[in-house]
Design a binder for this molecule. Structure first.
Ligand SMILES: NC(=O)c1ccc[n+]([C@@H]2O[C@H](COP(=O)([O-])OP(=O)(O)OC[C@H]3O[C@@H](n4cnc5c(N)ncnc54)[C@H](OP(=O)(O)O)[C@@H]3O)[C@@H](O)[C@H]2O)c1
Length: 280
């Protein structure tokens, strides 16, 4: 099996790069790098610019993957760059996957919803509020329209301990003191998500699947739990209302994971359970 992992320098990509060789040592793993040009002595590392269709085609032709873990994305910055990377780039990759017959695991996000209701199922219609969310919602449309053998994996806040995810690291350092009490999410432990992705790579499921943690928490509650798990002081965290922030953000993006729990052998975990395992 030849595997292509996009976004290998990202948080999820790094975790997959660490876990795939232990879980599937027989797989021939190829990864993409974006901001760093790989040197010639790294035959399994390929430069990829998702905004450039010919770059996507070059990597696909070279690797000829059976399975693609598509984690690369841009979550902030220039709107055009973000749309080009997330929506158009995912479309280029999906169309190349459709042509070659590769199975595509595409990473999507809970923020494609407007957050007015919560507990979203796979059948609920996205209504993105932010530029990032629009780019991810359109990415889904492009992947679905490509006809690729694809799973659109909708996930939530990705967290982990070794290494810490960038958000938690910033909270720990006091860089993000204000945490919203009215933004609900279903955070997922990165190893749990990787396990689910690996299983999806090898099963026959196609279409949208919510893969998130089983516990709905506000960003504030989540931050406090993580600080306690890390034996860190949480008194610097300021409970803040997103509704008072003046910024338009989706409030309740909790995902209903009952379909994933039927489709997958992988048990999706609650934050409490993960913390208990890590610290117990
Ligand atoms: N993190 C979360 O809490 C969360 C929640 C829901 C959904 N997701 C989704 O899960 C996936 C993984 O998220 P993550 O947080 O692990 O991402 P991340 O850490 O931000 O990493 C993004 C990766 O994409 C690469 N990249 C950026 N622009 C690119 C371009 N134009 N061409 C090719 N590669 C490019 C980056 O490479 P360089 O660093 O070299 O630029 C990096 O390796 C994403 O699809 C994200 O939308 C994440």
């Amino acid at each position: 099996m030849r595997i292509l992992l996009t976004g290998a320098s990202g948080y999820l990509g790094t975790a997959l790069m660490r876990l795939i060789p232990t879980w599937r040592p027989e797989w021939d793993l190829h990864i993409t790098s974006h901001s760093i040009e790989p040197s010639d002595d790294m035959p399994n590392v390929h430069h990829l610019e998702l905004r450039d269709e010919s770059s996507v085609a070059r990597v696909m032709d070279k690797v000829q993957p059976d399975i693609i873990f598509h984690t690369a994305a841009l979550n902030a910055g220039d709107a055009q760059e973000m749309y080009g990377t997330n929506a158009q780039g995912s479309g280029y990759l999906a169309r190349a996957a459709a042509r070659s017959g590769a199975r595509l695991l595409h990473l999507s996000s809970d923020v494609i919803f407007d957050g007015e209701r919560g507990n979203y199922s796979e059948d609920d219609a996205p209504n993105p509020l932010t530029l990032y969310a629009v780019s991810k919602a359109d990415a889904e449309k492009n992947v679905a329209a490509s006809g690729a053998n694809a799973v659109l994996v909708r996930t939530s806040l990705i967290y982990g301990f070794k290494p810490l995810d960038p958000r938690t690291r910033s909270v720990l350092r006091g860089e993000i003191p204000n945490l919203f009490t009215d933004e609900m999410r279903c955070p997922i432990w990165v190893d749990n998500l990787c396990e689910a992705l690996l299983e999806l790579a090898e099963n026959e499921y196609r279409g949208i699947l919510n893969v998130a943690g089983t516990q709905a928490l506000s960003r504030y509650e989540f931050g406090v739990k993580l600080m306690r798990a890390l034996n860190a002081d949480s008194s610097h965290l300021i409970p803040t209302a997103s509704s008072q922030s003046g910024v338009i953000r989706p409030r309740d993006c909790t995902l209903n994971v009952s379909r994933a729990q039927q489709v997958l052998q992988t048990k999706l975990e609650s934050v409490n359970k993960v913390i208990e395992k890590k610290t117990g």
